[in-house]
Design a protein around this ligand. Structure first.
Ligand code: PLP
Length: 395
């Protein structure tokens, strides 16, 4: 017996659900790439991305995923043999650091934990030791999509400044841009990056990098630059050069539609929606956790991200069985645990095009799964989520 039919609901932390308007925006023939409306759309997207990153610096659009954005960020500002400091808080910053090592950079990982955020005091202490200034860049993620942590990027930026260190501050906002506040210039970020398929509600395939003035200065002497990622090449007089070749026409139409929707809703309203829905998820997980098998991966409630919640599921049946049940019986696809949490956790995404029925439906299905599989859990998770929204979503 199953209770699934129709459209499967994707609750994984990327790619995320795309609005029908975004899907429809792509349903058109290709257009001229040398003249006409595509040029204006492309120019508007570059400007709007800088606005979204909250920087007066330039943005670049790549036909790529987040991994490509990592490479774009590194190769444009660093040189072979440069040392970088990677702030561990789960999987993604470390993954970015591994890419850096393969590019020929000397990579040091500032050890962190899979269950908590980067500690800005540790960053400051490490940079103060580096009196000779050998560390050229500090790499961090805002939200680690594996652990579910939200790092305090503003505080890390302050720590770098407090240490009086010159390292570039480079931040991955793939799982957070357009969902939670991000202010590149105010937070002393030199290079920020993101991708289309998470909070920005657009198909996978576009990556975005923004560069501040210190990054652009470093770019002048960076020797890791390559033709495809190179910022200078993309600033050429011909529009064609912005994409180092044919623009991704249909993805650009999709992104234009998504950014129009973000503008129409308003960023403050979007941040509030994410925080309310994330807390609804946390209320449910909090109840379920009262019986032992389930627990939050991130110990400190203040460090849990508003875009994804990672839930440990101990015992057997456990995370894998719960995920299978939700997908096969109810048509809801949860994220698996990855990295250190492979097989031991499920991830519930609440980023981008999410609303109350999507989140409450997902929580309801998980609760059905917990009951059907007899996974020990505290009762009333969905009730706690609805009570929270009933109290906070003003009449
Ligand atoms: C998803 C993700 C990435 C990688 O993005 P891809 O598009 O899968 O290459 C990088 N960083 C973070 C924080 C992510 O969530």
């Amino acid at each position: 017996m199953v209770v699934r039919a129709g459209r499967e609901f994707l609750a994984i932390p990327g790619p995320t659900t795309m609005p029908d308007e975004v899907l429809r925006a792509m349903h058109r023939p290709a257009v001229d790439i040398y003249a006409g409306e595509l040029i204006a759309i492309s120019d508007s997207l570059h400007a709007d991305l800088s606005r979204l990153f909250r920087t007066s610096g330039r943005s670049y659009i790549y036909i790529s995923n987040g991994h490509g954005a990592w490479e774009a960020a590194l190769t444009n500002v660093l040189s072979r043999g440069d040392k970088i400091l990677v702030l561990e808080s789960g999987r993604f910053a470390v993954g970015w650091g591994q890419a850096a090592a393969q590019l020929g950079l000397e990579t040091e990982v500032l050890p962190g934990s899979w269950t908590g955020a980067v500690r800005p005091a540790d960053v400051e202490a490490r940079l103060r030791q580096d009196k000779a200034g050998t560390i050229k860049a500090v790499l961090a993620v805002q939200v680690d999509t594996a652990s579910g942590v939200a790092n305090d990027v503003a505080a890390i930026g302050r720590a770098i400044r407090a240490a009086g260190h010159d390292a570039l501050f480079m931040v991955d906002a793939v799982a957070s841009l357009g969902c939670v506040p991000f202010t590149m210039d105010d937070w002393s970020i030199d290079v920020a990056l993101s991708a289309s398929q998470k909070g920005l509600m657009t198909p996978p395939g576009l990556a975005f990098v923004a560069a501040g003035p210190r990054a652009r200065a470093a770019h002048q002497k960076a020797d890791l630059r390559t033709p495809y990622w190179d910022w200078t090449a993309r600033e050429g007089a011909e529009h064609y050069q912005k994409y180092a070749g044919t623009p991704p026409i249909h993805l650009l139409y999709a992104l234009r539609q998504a950014l129009d929707m973000i503008q129409a809703e308003g960023l403050d309203a979007i941040f509030r929606r994410h925080s309310l829905l994330a807390e609804a998820v946390r209320r449910a997980v909090g109840r379920w956790s009262q019986a032992g098998a389930l627990s939050f991966n991130i110990a400190d409630p203040a460090e849990r991200s508003d875009t994804v919640t990672t839930v440990r599921v101990d015992g057997s049946p456990g995370a894998a069985e719960l995920k299978d049940f939700c997908r096969d019986k109810c048509g809801v696809v949860l994220g698996s645990g990855i990295g250190a949490l492979a097989g031991a956790a499920v991830r519930i995404a609440h980023m981008g095009h999410v609303n109350a029925p999507m989140v409450l439906g997902t929580l309801g299905v998980i609760e059905v799964g917990l009951m059907a599989l007899r996974i020990p859990h505290g009762e009333g998770g969905v009730l706690a989520a609805t009570q929270w929204l009933g109290e906070t979503v003003a009449a």
